[in-house]
Ligand binder design. Sequence first.
Ligand SMILES: *[C@@H]1O[C@H](CO)[C@@H](O)[C@H](O)[C@H]1NC(C)=O
Ligand SMILES: *[C@@H]1O[C@H](CO)[C@@H](O)[C@H](O)[C@H]1NC(C)=O
Ligand SMILES: *[C@@H]1O[C@H](CO)[C@@H](O)[C@H](O)[C@H]1NC(C)=O
Ligand SMILES: *[C@@H]1O[C@H](CO)[C@@H](O)[C@H](O)[C@H]1NC(C)=O
Ligand SMILES: *[C@@H]1O[C@H](CO)[C@@H](O)[C@H](O)[C@H]1NC(C)=O
Length: 428
Amino acid sequence: MRTTTSALAVLALMAELVVAWPVHTPKLAYNPADEYYISFGPRPYYLIQNMTESPLKDQLESCENGPFGVTAWSIGHRGGGTLQIPEETVQSTMAGARMGAGILECDVSFTSDLGLVCRHDICDLHTTTDILLRPELAKKCHTPFTPANATHPAKALCCTADITMDEFTSLCGKMDGFNASATTPEDYQHGVPFFRTELYDTCGQVMTLDSYIELVDSLPGYRNFTPELKTPPKAVPMPFNGYTQAQYARDMINTFISHGIDPARVFPQSFTPADVYLWLNEFPEWGAQAVFLDEDGDDPSNFTTAVNRLPALKASGVNIISPPINYLLAVGGPNNDTIVPSDYAITAKNAGLDIIAWSFERSGPLTRVAADGDYYYSSVAPVVHYDGQMYEILDIMGREIGIKGMFADWSSTVTYYANCFGLKGPGN
Ligand SMILES: *[C@@H]1O[C@H](CO)[C@@H](O)[C@H](O)[C@H]1NC(C)=O
Ligand SMILES: *[C@@H]1O[C@H](CO)[C@@H](O)[C@H](O)[C@H]1NC(C)=O
Ligand SMILES: *[C@@H]1O[C@H](CO)[C@@H](O)[C@H](O)[C@H]1NC(C)=O
Ligand SMILES: *[C@@H]1O[C@H](CO)[C@@H](O)[C@H](O)[C@H]1NC(C)=O
Ligand SMILES: *[C@@H]1O[C@H](CO)[C@@H](O)[C@H](O)[C@H]1NC(C)=O
């Protein structure tokens, strides 16, 4: 859908008149006449049904028939359909959009000819695409396929930086996974975790940063962007043929500028502090919305340090901190058996940082959290036992801590919750 500026002004007026329109105070008007219905499928209802009786369950049940709309509180992780649909593809992005995610993610990697493309890791092509089945491209891999034998698992390492942009766009996206016992590239394609599926491994359409911007901008409803600049692994040492991390960070923002995208619609992310500070210095409007991804508390001995530096991050200009779910939660309460906001969550809030958390729906059934050593619920594993707890946990983050958004691999779960409580997302 394209509209002219004057049409937008009229639509903005109309939107104000549509009293019942549910969510997201848009910076551009959502046109109800588009008749783009967001769709959840059964999963939110399944989760609610598995909750024990509580006011929260009653409230969630009372929302069952909507009205539902797009909300930026729901952030499509690697697209938003990633639980079932190959990540970082057109299909995953369309799925996240259909499930009401108001912000859609593209992880930004670079190719050998310095094209920017959407891929979660610069070196994950061997597990997220069919590159090993393309002999001409497979032989360009940093580590070509080596079959498993009695003593060694199968090996391969294929990076976006190994191939050109044109070669990248000829690949098919697939579910992330590999078979360590594989003796052939064909066998290596499988090995997806049991709670995901290969149902849509039918050649997911990969995206460049340009095509992602065009796609998201063309979607009905008001959608925002969250591109993540990657930190290249050892296999791709920087500078790469003279290409510096700083230039890569600039190129990502300049791509949005070249498409005329309003910086208010973009939440650039990075785990590398220098990227965030470069945006703050050189692209202040974009840096103001930069998302500082934090994994520095992963080692328990470093967690307190990660908590204590939060006020200094805010003082240095960072506005949005983005930790994994486990950083925000702790076991506590009078009997030390309930889930409560962690010191990290409390300190971040007190420091005036906005929080965006990751990632819901990446874990599989909660019955297996403890047994499988799941990462995202690790800080509360002793008290997490069944799927109905998902909304209790989301509610602690959503309303008790007051996070500004949640990444999810299956956007409907988060969009349903955000609609039910009128949560609008960052910048609102
Ligand atoms: C939720 O599911 C678990 C199995 O994972 C089951 O034991 C429990 O009874 C269910 N709870 C409710 C309220 O349905
Ligand atoms: C098994 O594969 C590894 C490389 O992955 C190789 O170094 C080793 O020699 C192989 N062993 C045999 C018995 O072929
Ligand atoms: C993994 O590869 C081995 C060896 O080729 C094969 O026997 C096995 O069926 C494969 N597993 C899957 C899940 O494809
Ligand atoms: C913990 O912090 C120390 C000191 O900053 C650092 O050297 C170490 O790499 C950190 N450990 C992890 C696992 O991040
Ligand atoms: C509370 O429970 C958690 C996890 O079960 C445990 O790590 C912690 O030591 C307990 N704290 C107190 C004060 O008992």
